[in-house]
Design a protein around this ligand. Sequence first.
Ligand code: GDP
Ligand code: IMO
Ligand code: MG
Length: 458
Amino acid sequence: MPQAPVASAPAPPASPLTGHGHAAVVGLQWGDEGKGQIVDLLTADHDVIVRFNGGNNAGHSVHIGDEKFALHLLPSGITYPGKLSVIGNGVVVDPSPDTGLLKEIDTLAARGVTVDATNLIVSGRAHAVLPYHKAEDKLYDSAVAAAWDHDPIGTTGRGIGPCYADKALRSSAIRMVDLLDAESLHGKLKRNVTIKNAVLRALAEVCDADFEPFDADDLFEQVAAWGARLAPMIGDTRRTLWDAESAGRAILFEGANAALLDVDHGTYPFVTSSTTSVLGAATGSGLAPRKLHTVIGVAKAYTSRVGGGPHPTELDDATGEHIRQAGREFGTTTGRPRRVGWLDLTAVRYTAQLNGVNALVLTGLSVLAGLDTLRVCVDYELDGKRLGDFPPDAATLAQATPIYEDLPGFSEPTGGVRAYQGLPDQARAYVERVEAFVGVPVRIVCVGPRRDQVIRRG
Ligand code: GDP
Ligand code: IMO
Ligand code: MG
């Protein structure tokens, strides 16, 4: 196929929020900020929607009217006709019909959304999450906890960490392209199953758990069948993006997980295993970083976290329970109750800097209605000293005490408000305090998860 000439590339169409060019949507907290809602919204102005990191540890909800779609691997623009969804090389893909991509495709088909080679392309370079990765994920956290007095990370159990570990190890990795060559796949699975069974047996012994060894031939039958179904959708996504870029199409990157879960810049080791910030968009897709013009950072008006790790503003009281119920804060992927707390502005300012965010979205504002005082964390204190910034290691953060600024609350329900000026004065003051502290304009406020509960500003 001839390469499209760069010089003749027309400019992508302008979007009211993102202007000309390509954009990314990323989470600024510990996940579940409402990225799916914003990607769904912005899909209208883009042609190609790209996942570049993570796997089905992500759970992005899209509410259209009374219908809710929970997406895990498929980009949140998938329900739009005429848009191309891309799963980039940086994603780890569980292909299976019980927990993975084929399950999502089948579930959407049953709801009238067709996903096939006309609207989805999966990178052949993306690594495949296989059943032994899921077993390893579940056993590993328990084995470490049993062997050492250490809080478990509390992973989603989706095999994400072990799959990225195999990617780094190289010799035991299987990529999506490998699913297309049955003979070589069989050999690789035989080799891997021998090693994985030994590893799983050892881990199970450490934490006194049950362990069911894998059979390489059975696994091959399964995985080859998944590969046969997905084959038409597996391709060279780097080339697809280059062609789209050259033809002047607008590309939207959809971050999974969130910046405080970033393997380098998050609250390590209580993080996921990929580059969740926008810094991963280029390596996870193959499109060069200078092509990205707009970075939209999504933060919730309070904080939530699932799994282990420090959470300085966590509320273990009636206010926390009120927020959890009002915000329906139960995991999209695992159903676990989320650990909610006050908005940590020090954390959001840090992740906005890390991502180079030039537009903020504040979701969940309606959840705060009915609270007399709204607290926001503006710094931390440790041993009588202010830290002045988000600390680079989780142990310091775990010991630090938040310093709060108190803002007046509002009592009126806001879920039906559709214009910024229609929000209560105190709600607007809260939004404006966020943008002043973070130093980035809040361009969208969400007063609920539905498509119509979005208020654009400016
Ligand atoms: P994502 O992973 O960033 O796409 O977000 P999820 O869909 O997993 O989770 C968003 C959570 O925020 C859900 O529990 C919602 O009930 C809650 N929520 C509260 N207010 C809002 C809002 O205004 N918009 C959105 N999208 N979610 C909200
Ligand atoms: P979205 O895209 C919330 C958390 C897990 C666990 C840690 C490591 O929906 O915002 P992993 O299975 O990735 O090894 O788990 O990271 N985690 C998320 N929490 N939202 C997510 O994604 C998450 N993805 C991973 O709960 O604490
Ligand atoms: Mg989520």
